[in-house]
Design a protein around this ligand. Sequence first.
Ligand SMILES: Cc1ncc(COP(=O)(O)O)c(C=O)c1O
Length: 399
Amino acid sequence: MVDLLGASLSTSIHEELEQIRRSGLYRSTRSISGKQAARVEMNGRDMLLLCSNNYLGLADHPALIRASIRATERYGTSSAASRLVSGSMEPHELLEVEIARCKGTEVALIFNSGYAANTGIIAALAGRGDVIFSDRLNHASIIDGSLLSGARLIRYPHNDHAALFSLMKKHRGSGRALIVTDGVFSMDGDIAPLRELVELKKAFHAYLMVDDAHGSGVLGEQGMGTTELLGVSDDVDINMGTFGKALGSFGAYAAVSVELRELLINRARSFIFSTSLPPSVLAASLAAIKVVCSDEGKCLRAQLRVNAEYLRSLLVQAGFTLPDGSTQIIPIMTGGAETTMRFSDLLLEEGIFAQGIRPPTVPAGLCRLRCTVMSTHSRQDLEWAADRISVVGKRLGVI
Ligand SMILES: Cc1ncc(COP(=O)(O)O)c(C=O)c1O
């Protein structure tokens, strides 16, 4: 009986894996040695890293490394429980005060990751009888949080505020309405029309949540993200961002009002039922915020902008058609899954690690190489990358 069951289970898993392989959507991880720097070592070879979210180079910044080591020595290696069980430690509280100060909100709450923040916040805010209006290209964690909430989920066409207006008029209900959008879209690199979304939120008495995973640290004069860039910081109800990308650490925050924070502490299951982040990670995040707000942070952001513009211009000169956008996320559209992964594999042979992106991360037929620029890439790195990408692009008929 045990054997029979075991055999049928392993057959069905084998079949599922075969099916994933046949559809060209099989995924596996690649090993790299060392830090997430501009250059990494892969199987003993030096490679240019063109797919990391370590946009400002903070993941290997000495100030973050030092802060992390010191916090471990002072507070130990773990928080050992949910904050509701064994208490908030000093580093949780220091980081929340600093986030709220920088974001200009009353308070902030730390979550264990962006994924945990989105699933926790959305399902805490919306439930049966409520409506969530979500951009069609929002991150998977927003979709998962929306499905978990039990609220009605209406997905509006990407960045189309006119279509959203019609949908909000049509689905006006008696419960809560929540508009949720990425600030910078993770696979496309374009920016949400936050000013227009603020108008809609006001017109329909809705809440507005912005997931600024890819804008935090990078956009705005002070690096406070898309809300700062577009001057709408005071009109966004839930300003969520992550520490694991430009901020070179790990975890996420929600910058909110005092009442919303209380609601999240009482209702967000990913906050309540999970051990909180360890002191080393919290201290690295705090050190990252200090760098982002300093003159050094300004210089890193300026360099990132220059690098992103430069790589975009080189790729356009080479004949690639790039979607509109100005951020550090540069998608090279490649069509089908097979061509995309071949493109990525051929670039690995050339010495460039650039990840191919396929469904379900992006819609079928819209596969791409998602190239991400870092402030630590040199001009020569980018020129060499554009040259190699062009050679492979021609070989595969993409240009
Ligand atoms: C827009 C967006 N939101 C949320 C997340 C999840 O954040 P984390 O990696 O911290 O779980 C990501 C990560 O890729 C993202 O791109």
